[in-house]
Design a binder for this molecule. Structure first.
Ligand code: KIV
Ligand code: ZN
Length: 385
């Protein structure tokens, strides 16, 4: 089995795009859950972007053990200095530095020649290596770069000491067969590529982020980057839970495994949704409220005969309890408490009385009370599945 590393950037690429800023405590709470989930690398932020982000990265680096903590930088010494400082207490620090490599990024954003971009690449990686062993280089907008130039830049990064090379589809422009082909091209043409890990980092502008990431992994990438619930810039990043379960459900065929504990997926999704305030759509793959619902008569009949007729993943696998109790105004306190317990809430005594009272008010208005209603009742509106 080939081991796939899972790199979570919910706290950097995810948070960066939301127009909201998570405080240190909120970021820490998410980071703790990411460790429980089994994430290999947590990208905790972009320390040079603000004092708050610096503090978040430094706090996560101090407190999280048994996981690599990463900070993002531009290919600029000042950014790298701050990142190294923020990561000082990390058990496994990683600096993620890089630069735009597509024609439009080089000419219009950076106003640099390709040669200057190669020089900056080598200089930034070399400088980051003074502080940490583990340096990841990102070739921003790598998918839209000239592939031969991309090879040149990646060779410069590897020669300067990069341990991981990240080839982002920054604007979500790729199709799976093209992205897979690019990763194969990099594998075949970049000198010493076998000495480093190739990472895939996709955006979802055309709804392809999961498919593109899988194509890259199958072509040989050893690390996948993404966010929980797919939150991120514009249409979002790759949904890690989707890639993880796509690999997990077919692991024997693909010969690939990750260190993820699938049972923590639902709890992680709920937590990220609650803390960021970004709801999970009902029909979202894996973590949407309807992901394990069977609505039509034919499907219900099939599932009652054999779950495999319409279910490729058992909900329990990702930590969603099988729903066997239908809650209504006729249900008692015990049934409510039982279901809440299955959803991860321990309520008893006066708290149970109060929740039960609100539950009855709701049940009088609705025929059936669903898990989403219970999450809302418990102050977790927008949580799911
Ligand atoms: O999408 C992207 O190119 C990025 C890099 C900064 C890694 O997020
Ligand atoms: Zn990105």
């Amino acid at each position: 089995m080939r081991r796939l590393r899972v790199f979570d950037t919910t706290l950097r690429d995810g948070e960066q795009s939301l127009g909201i800023t998570l405080n240190v405590e909120e970021k820490l709470e998410i980071a703790r859950q990411l460790v429980l989930l089994g994430i290999d690398i947590i990208e905790a932020g972009f320390p040079a972007s603000s004092p708050g982000d610096f503090e978040s990265v430094a706090t996560i680096a101090r407190q999280m053990k048994g996981v690599a903590i990463c900070g993002l930088t531009r290919a600029v010494e000042q950014d790298i200095d701050l990142c190294a400082q923020a990561l000082r207490a990390a058990e496994h620090p990683r600096i993620h530095t890089g630069i735009g490599v597509s024609p439009v990024h080089m000419a219009k954003k950076l106003m640099l020649t390709p040669e200057q971009v190669v020089e900056r690449t080598a200089a930034a990686v070399k400088y980051a290596k003074k502080f940490v062993d583990d340096v990841e280089f990102y070739a921003e907008d790598g998918f839209r770069a000239d592939p031969n130039f991309l090879v040149h830049v990646l060779e410069a990064a590897i020669q300067a000491g990069a341990t991981v090379v990240n080839i982002p589809d920054t604007v979500g422009y790729a199709n799976p067969w093209e992205y897979g082909k690019l990763i194969s091209f990099v594998k075949e043409n970049v000198k010493d590529i076998d000495q480093v890990t190739i990472s895939v980092h996709c955006h979802n502008d055309l709804g392809m982020a999961t498919a593109n990431s899988l194509a890259g992994i199958i072509a040989g990438a050893g690390q996948v980057e993404g966010t929980i619930n797919g939150i991120g810039e514009r249409a979002g990043n790759t949904s890690l839970e989707e890639v993880i379960m796509a690999i997990y459900t077919r692991r024997d065929e693909y010969g690939i495994q990750s260190g993820i504990r699938p049972k923590e997926i639902a709890a992680t999704s709920r937590l990220v949704s609650r803390i960021t305030g970004v709801p999970v759509p009902d029909h979202k793959a894996i973590v949407g409220a309807n992901a394990f619902m069977h609505a039509s008569g034919i499907h219900q009949d099939g599932v009652l005969k054999d779950r495999e007729t319409y279910e490729i993943i058992r909900p329990e696998t990702i930590g969603v309890p099988e729903n066997t109790i239908s809650l209504s105004a006729r249900s008692g306190r015990h049934a409510l408490q039982h279901r809440l317990q299955e959803l991860g809430y321990d309520v008893a005594g006066e708290e149970l009385d109060s929740v039960y009272h609100s539950f009855l008010e709701l049940a009088d208005r609705k025929k059936e009370v669903f898990d989403q209603d219970l999450y809302a009742l418990m102050g977790d509106a927008g949580a799911g599945p």
